[in-house]
Design a protein around this ligand. Structure first.
Ligand code: NAD
Length: 495
């Protein structure tokens, strides 16, 4: 089991670095990228950047391991057993947890309670699929046999974002490995180290060397080379909408290969006047836009509230968030985390400033913490008097910024909640089941939460976007199936 959260000394955490290929670190003489701790802005390491040659070496290692290690051909239950052992190592590895927290926005308390157990659980969850879906027998004439055989792609390339480095990696590698694929994964250059530790633990657990490879580098160089590589059969990506569009074009340009794209959102919390529990709704809205400093794809950043409830609800939200205190990710008591880097903090400030200039009213926040612990901490911010054409309403901010809009009747509320371009998730709060179901039908989003906001530990529930928020699903049976190809077989014989 995961151990209790503890304070740790950031300078004592010295992650291994490099590309992890074929079960070892490859010396790399490529240009190196400095990596910064968001909690105090200090550089604490560097990674090399793989160009086409480095990516080719990792893919070649995966191709060889896929054909020679027996990973694809072994009894699927044997893959499952090794993956469960890997999950157990992840669950109890203190070094992994500290590496995850020191350079990301994830405070150690939340990593111990959520990220680490979720990561391990996602791997166990997909391990269970390994021997439970081999394809289908189909109905045919009596003198023939038709079946659909499930087969791995061979090598799957995964590209992950910085906001939940380990969880996002587990959502990619859990289904890919359980289905018998080898992998090359490129973590974000902002949070590159914990995926390396994950790879070390994979080999320790018995996953053959070369089945799980990690390459480092920027998206434009390393990520693009991975997408374009001819021996990569599928790309599974999580990140921004702009990058997703680029990857889709690159994957098409490199010959046809499937892509799973988990992209950003601009998710509403639609609050009707008849909510069952006012305080619960206030807490849901607060968590929805402040968790991970608002740096979550599913952040519920648009409050769409019935005009009768607007004033008391917004007052309560402001009261709760005004008391939030930031802290470094290595302190066990920290709840409110930093912004990942300067560029992201600047983007948040620009969008809020533009909104203010266009007439938005700042009810709380609207600036960095003056007395932050040295990193980039932005105050939870609530904006009223906003309009749909303001960038802060129309686009993902990826920071702790909530906009407030009101409505008078159900149709208006649902129409406002349904964003024209994004469709990742939505929260609906009402005690009226009919109203909840009409909102569920009316909002075009991949996930609808009713009288709650945020994922549960039910990993069988897939996640993924409608519209510009993506293609395909992570988690759930759907994610496992998307890591397989299906071969149709029809055989005639004498009846
Ligand atoms: P990003 O798109 O900037 O980068 C994501 C990854 O893509 C990184 O590893 C990056 O190096 C790589 N990349 C960048 N350009 C590339 C290119 N041309 N080719 C190949 N790879 C490239 O996103 P980010 O800032 O790291 O992450 C935040 C974004 O991720 C937000 O938009 C957030 O909503 C989204 N996200 C979505 C989900 C989901 O499940 N839908 C989950 C987490 C984050």
């Amino acid at each position: 089991m995961t151990y209790a959260a503890h304070d740790f000394a950031p300078d004592a955490v010295a992650p291994s670095t490099g590309h992890y290929i074929g079960g070892t670190y490859r010396a790399a003489d490529e240009a190196s990228i400095e990596v910064t701790r968001p909690s105090d802005g200090r550089v604490y390491g560097a990674v090399p950047e793989a160009g086409e040659a480095g990516v080719d070496a990792a893919v070649a290692s995966a191709v060889t391991a896929a054909s020679e290690s027996g990973w694809a051909r072994c009894a699927p239950r044997d893959r499952a057993r090794v993956m469960r052992r890997w999950a157990d190592l992840i669950d109890t590895d203190q070094r992994l947890t500290e590496i995850e927290c020191v350079g990301s926005t994830r405070p150690i308390g939340q990593a111990c309670a959520q990220d680490i157990p979720f990561t391990a659980e996602a791997i166990r969850f997909f391990a269970e699929y390994a021997d439970k879906d081999g394809g289908d027998l189909t109905a045919t004439r009596a003198d023939s046999l038709g079946f659909v055989a499930a087969e791995p792609f061979g090598v799957i390339g995964a590209i992950t974002p910085w906001n939940f480095p380990l969880s996002m990696a587990s959502w990619k590698c859990g289904p890919a490995l359980a289905a018998g694929n080898a992998m090359v994964i490129k973590p974000s250059e902002l949070t590159p180290f914990s995926t390396l530790r994950m790879a070390e633990l994979a080999v320790e657990a018995g996953i053959p060397a070369g089945i799980f490879n990690v390459v480092q580098g920027t998206g434009a160089t390393t990520g693009a080379a991975l997408v374009r590589h001819p021996d990569v059969g599928k790309i599974s990506f999580t990140g921004s909408n702009a990058t997703g569009q680029r990857i889709m074009a690159d994957a098409g340009g490199a010959g046809v290969k499937p892509v799973t794209l988990e992209l950003g959102g601009k998710s509403p919390q639609l609050v009707f006047a008849d909510v069952p529990d006012f305080e619960h709704v206030a807490q849901c809205v607060v968590r929805g836009f402040t968790a991970n400093g608002g740096q979550a794809c599913i952040s519920g950043t648009r409050l769409i509230v019935h005009e009768r409830l607007a004033q008391p609800l917004v007052e309560r939200i402001v009261e709760i968030v005004s008391k939030m205190k930031p802290g470094p990710t290595w302190a066990a008591t920290t709840d409110y985390c930093p912004i990942i880097g300067r560029a992201q903090a600047d983007k948040i400030e620009t969008l809020v400033a533009q909104a203010k200039q266009a007439g938005a009213e700042v009810l709380t926040g609207g600036s960095r913490f003056a007395d932050g612990p040295g990193g980039l901490f932005y105050r939870p911010t609530v904006l009223a008097n906003v309009t749909d054409d303001m960038a802060v309403v129309a686009h993902e901010v990826f920071g702790p910024v909530l906009t407030v809009q009101t409505f008078r009747d159900e149709a208006e509320g649902i129409a406002r909640a349904d964003h024209p371009h994004y469709g990742l998730a939505a929260g609906v709060h009402t005690r009226d089941i009919g109203q909840a179901m009409r909102a569920m039908r009316g909002i075009q989003a991949g996930t609808i939460w009713i009288n709650r906001y945020g994922r549960s530990r039910d990993l069988a529930i897939p996640t993924g976007g409608y519209k510009g928020s993506g293609i395909g699903k992570d988690l759930g049976r759907q994610a496992f199936e998307a890591c397989q190809r299906y071969k149709s077989v029809l055989m005639d014989f004498e009846a």
